[in-house]
Ligand binder design. Structure first.
Ligand code: 5GP
Length: 190
């Protein structure tokens, strides 16, 4: 069955463009699996249930938590997010490289449990650019945008704890750099 896949943890403030970079990564490379998180937050326009997230109730989230079904979980701007453990472990065993898009507390939990994982912080070119992108998305209320910007300000200094930092100045370039990092990490490991 070949080698176990590489676990790639990607974090970065909301509005950095993680989804665009990850989508580009999937266009360029096979044998990748995206870990679809469960969340209690409401879907945003354009989000596909089961693809972007598993949108679940608070009750369901608490039930999964009690059954220890999450590899990690965290609260972010008053909603809960968690990564179902089973798909991640299955796909790694099948040789898929698994991509997780999770915030910093979750990344820390996974790195502690699975130190062979690599962590990548995707950073916006600047805080001003982040604000422009978040506002440009116009899918959220002013209150949510402000909370997310405050959260971003707390998250940016965390990039020092990550194995790699990639600046998302341009989606194509950032995805290319991420691919190079993944290939290099796999070569070094083998
Ligand atoms: P958003 O609501 O913008 O989709 O995501 C908010 C934040 O939650 C982002 O930083 C995203 O990376 C993070 N996130 C998404 N899913 C998970 C998860 O399963 N666990 C953790 N810890 N963070 C997550």
């Amino acid at each position: 069955m070949g080698n176990r896949g590489l676990l790639v943890i990607i974090s970065g403030p909301a509005g950095t463009g993680k989804s665009s970079v990850i989508n580009e990564l999937f266009r360029r490379r096979d044998k990748l699996f995206f870990s679809v998180s469960a969340t209690t937050r409401a879907p945003r326009k354009g989000e596909v249930p089961g693809e972007s997230y598993h949108f679940i109730t608070r009750e369901k989230f608490d039930e999964m938590l009690a059954k220890d079904e999450f590899l990690e979980h965290a609260t972010y701007v008053s909603n809960s997010y968690g990564s179902p453990r089973a798909p991640v472990e299955e796909k790694l065993a099948e040789g898929y490289d698994v991509i997780m898009d999770i915030e910093v507390q979750g990344a820390k939990q996974v790195k502690e449990k699975m130190p062979e994982a690599i962590t990548v912080f995707l950073a916006p070119p600047s805080f001003e650019e982040l604000e422009r992108r978040l506002r440009g998305r116009s899918t959220e209320t002013e209150e949510t945008i402000v909370k997310r910007l405050q959260q971003a300000q707390r998250e940016l200094p965390e990039l020092r704890r990550y194995d790699y930092t990639v600046v998302n100045d341009q989606v194509d370039r950032a995805a290319g750099e991420l691919l190079t990092i993944i290939e290099k990490a796999k070569t070094e490991r083998n």
